[in-house]
Design a protein around this ligand. Structure first.
Ligand SMILES: CCCCCCC[C@@H](O)CC(=O)SCCNC(=O)CCNC(=O)[C@H](O)C(C)(C)COP(=O)(O)OP(=O)(O)OC[C@H]1O[C@@H](n2cnc3c(N)ncnc32)[C@H](O)[C@@H]1OP(=O)(O)O
Length: 726
């Protein structure tokens, strides 16, 4: 049986007040389980008068008669160090202290004398203090100890005529709370027993029928278990009687903040108005496990006062310091790759146009929001944790060139709180400023709170920037980008360490089969496709973005971003190809202007390779200058065929073979001979990509070489000839 395994061989226990009742039962049980027991009892009456060695000796005899080890001690607990000394002298150590000794001096409050008060406090509170404190250095040194304090229902609930006793008993709970914290690192567990037993103290207090059922022997196993080294309970209050036990917890009502904002004063009238809610213990209780939790909850209330829902005047401020390294890390987190040379501006700090990728400007605001309780305390009376939180929507508008290093100050506020029935959506706005106080950007983050709704709020917002459906025609352009299986592991290094994206157990709590990708990593991936397609990868053309996260992306999935151009607005939607689920919906990027090269509106292939970049830059620049339009006619296995027209006439064909890394003039399908290759050094390519070298000039200087026969139409030849004369 499991009980037979609970042995105390080699352990030394002190039990105070062990001459009778509960103490005797503890001492006998501990002795029978192999502990060496110091049976302490002064032998006084229940009111603390008199002295006799008889009772302790009898218990010692009982233990010894059953083969156990015990020694009697007749000291008062007020001389606790003498009791511990008895243990050390007789058994060489001390492991367990059961503070059980107690007396009664019952009087109605008006009649309690100083000595009634002092004596009760001396025995219960000071006695426990002295005995435990004498043992404490030994317990700490050996990194092991078990301490029991004895409280009473009289302390927990009050009892007529026991004001002195009640105060002392609840004082022991406070003592235990702190010793549990101080002893924790030394493996000293401290707990309180609240026994209801038939004893000298209760014989004429409890009804006779109940009294005979309340055998101390039925409580002793609970105390003995709490004293065992395998019991990890610490800092608890355990009630026990008649073979039953239960753990106490102090609980409180959810409470009520009774002022409107942090600048409001409190008044007795506002307390009166809130009193029914402050004192309502019928709906829900909170149990706080530590003083830190209590302080944390207070801070939450204070934060919510700083920013009550819907308030635009109350704000939370935070700052975010970052460096080049953070910019590069963010770019890698959204899949920016050196495979495309024009990406070096996001990945290489010595690049002449080293830039922050525009969507990174969301991060400082997001970090400010996540480190404040603005969102988690936005719904009055509701609390939620990270496992319920999904990124719902995001808006960002950039006003100034974004820095690549420095400190950004963020001012955050809740704009709206929406009740979606079962769920809730909290919309927060963040203004971000540089060190000179210049406003760099505005971010708007919608947080979707699963099961957070039903609080009776409004359903829609008139203040938030809305997502927009794309045109109903087929997309003008589509680009595929494969995310890495480690995408979330990389992206989280930019600050959002929400375990939902890395920890399978946490993801399971949120109802996901596996960790999901950060919404902002998916968004960054989509926006880089838009920038390459329509802004020649130039971050300065970026103005704003809005997106709704419609379904989660799983790291490793391939994302297809479909794009529609309407003036300077590029609508886009992103689909995870493997699951065939739309992960971003209703999204758009507004550009300051669409890049001239991209104005040709050519659908392009994945911007993955250097060859493609060469093709894009050389091709687009020449075509732009010739006022020609390319049209993708076919895409087979990484080979892209273009028809180029100018003034409505076909002026040539262009083929890009990503596998061979070559760019051809001509079209194999048209029977033209594909024997022409464009060659250019990467350094010159970079110059062209950054606009420092004109492709025509490069061609003329021999830096851009065309090998083989050039298959150009007469019209294109004429145009090129005219160009070269300029
Ligand atoms: C302090 C903490 C800050 C935390 C910041 C974020 C930290 C990050 O680490 C978290 C993340 O990055 S999570 C990853 C990115 N996000 C996601 O993957 C969510 C994907 N979306 C979904 O799964 C569903 O849309 C889902 C589940 C969101 C909703 O799906 P359904 O339950 O099926 O909803 P539906 O029935 O379609 O609609 C109900 C109402 O809600 C509105 N709604 C739906 N999707 C929304 C969304 N994404 N954002 C905002 N509102 C949304 C609907 O319009 C509908 O409202 P109404 O009835 O009024 O039209």
């Amino acid at each position: 049986m499991a009980e037979e395994n609970l042995r105390f061989d080699g352990r030394v226990a002190v039990v105070t007040g062990a001459g009778a009742g509960l103490g005797r039962a503890y001492a006998l049980l501990l002795g029978s389980r192999g502990a060496s027991v110091v049976v302490n009892d002064l032998g006084g009456s229940r009111s603390g008068d008199g002295k006799s060695s008889n009772v302790a000796d009898q218990v010692v005899q009982e233990i010894k008669s059953k083969g156990g080890k015990a020694v009697a001690d007749y000291n008062s607990v007020i001389d606790g160090e003498k009791i511990i000394q008895t243990a050390l002298e007789n058994f060489g150590r001390i492991d367990i202290v059961v503070n059980n000794a107690g007396i009664l001096r019952d009087k109605s409050f008006a009649r309690i004398s100083d000595s009634d008060w002092n004596l009760v406090h001396d025995v219960h509170l000071k006695g426990a203090f002295k005995t435990t404190q004498a043992a404490w250095p030994h317990l700490r040194q050996q990194k092991y100890g078990r301490v029991i304090f004895t409280a009473s229902n009289s302390g927990l609930y009050g009892n007529f005529g026991q004001a002195n006793y009640s105060a002392a008993k609840l004082g022991l709970v406070g003592l235990n709370n702190t010793l549990a914290i101080e002893g924790r690192s030394s493996n000293i567990n401290c707990n309180v027993i609240v026994p209801t037993a038939a004893s000298r103290l209760t014989e004429d207090i409890l009804p006779p029928d109940l009294y005979k059922e309340l055998k101390p022997e039925l409580i002793a196993p609970v105390v003995v278990w709490l004293c065992h080294e395998s019991c990890q309970e610490n800092g608890s209050v355990i009630e026990s009687a008649a073979g039953w036990a239960s753990k106490y917890a102090l609980v409180r009502s959810p409470g009520k903040v009774f002022r409107k904002s942090i600048t409001d004063n409190a008044s007795p009238e506002s307390v009166r108005a809130a009193w029914p809610e402050i004192t309502d213990v019928t709906k829900r209780f909170e149990h706080l496990g530590s003083i830190e939790e209590a302080t944390g909850s207070l801070l939450t209330h204070i934060e919510s006062l700083k920013s009550p829902p819907g308030s635009s005047t109350n704000e939370v401020e935070d700052s975010y310091t970052f460096s080049n390294r953070d910019c590069i890390l963010y770019s890698l987190g959204i899949g920016v790759s050196v495979q495309n040379l024009s990406n070096l501006r996001f990945l290489y700090e010595n690049h002449p146009e080293f830039s922050m990728f525009p969507t990174q400007a969301i991060i400082p605001g997001q970090m400010a929001l996540m480190s404040s309780s603005l969102i988690t305390s936005a719904i009055p009376g509701k609390q939620f944790d990270l496992s319920q939180v999904l990124h719902g929507e995001q808006y960002l508008e950039v006003y100034e060139r974004l820095p690549t290093t420095g400190t950004i100050k963020n001012v955050c506020k809740v704009i709206d709180v929406l009740d979606k029935g079962r769920h809730a959506v909290i919309i927060a706005g963040v203004d971000s400023y540089n060190e000179d106080g210049v406003k760099l950007c505005y971010g708007e983050m919608s947080t979707f709170i699963v099961n957070g709704g039903g609080f009776g709020g409004k359903r829609t917002s008139s203040k938030a920037i809305e997502a927009q459906d794309p045109p109903s025609r087929k997309p003008d352009s589509s680009v595929e980008a494969k995310t890495s299986i480690d995408q979330a592991a990389l992206y989280r290094l930019s600050g959002d360490t929400n375990p939902l994206h890395i920890d399978p157990d946490f993801a399971a709590i949120g109802g996901f089969d596996k960790p999901i990708l950060h919404g902002l990593s998916t968004l960054g991936t989509a926006v880089r496709c838009v920038l390459i397609q329509f802004a020649n990868n130039n971050p300065e053309l970026f103005k704003s973005v809005k997106a709704r996260f419609a379904k989660p992306t799983i790291p490793g999935e391939t994302l297809r971003t479909d794009m529609w151009r309407e003036g300077n607005r590029i609508h886009f939607e992103t689909t995870a190809i493997e699951s065939n689920k739309k992960v971003i919906s209703g999204a758009f990027v507004d550009l300051h202007k669409v890049d001239a090269a991209a104005a040709a509106e050519q659908p392009k292939s994945s911007p993955a390779s250097t060859a493609q970049l060469k093709s894009d830059v050389v091709f687009a620049t020449m075509i732009d200058r010739l006022n020609a339009k390319p049209e993708l006619t076919k895409k087979i296995n990484g080979v892209f065929l273009y028809k180029i027209t100018s003034g409505g006439q076909e002026v040539g064909r262009w083929t890009t073979d990503l596998k061979k890394g070559k760019i051809y003039r001509g079209d194999p399908e048209k029977g033209t001979k594909v024997d022409t290759t464009l060659q250019i050094e990467d350094a010159d390519m970079l110059e062209m990509a950054t606009g420092k070298l004109n492709p025509q000039a490069a061609f003329m200087k021999g830096k851009l070489k065309i090998q083989g026969n050039i298959m150009l139409s007469q019209k294109l030849k004429d145009l090129l000839a005219a160009e070269s004369k300029m």
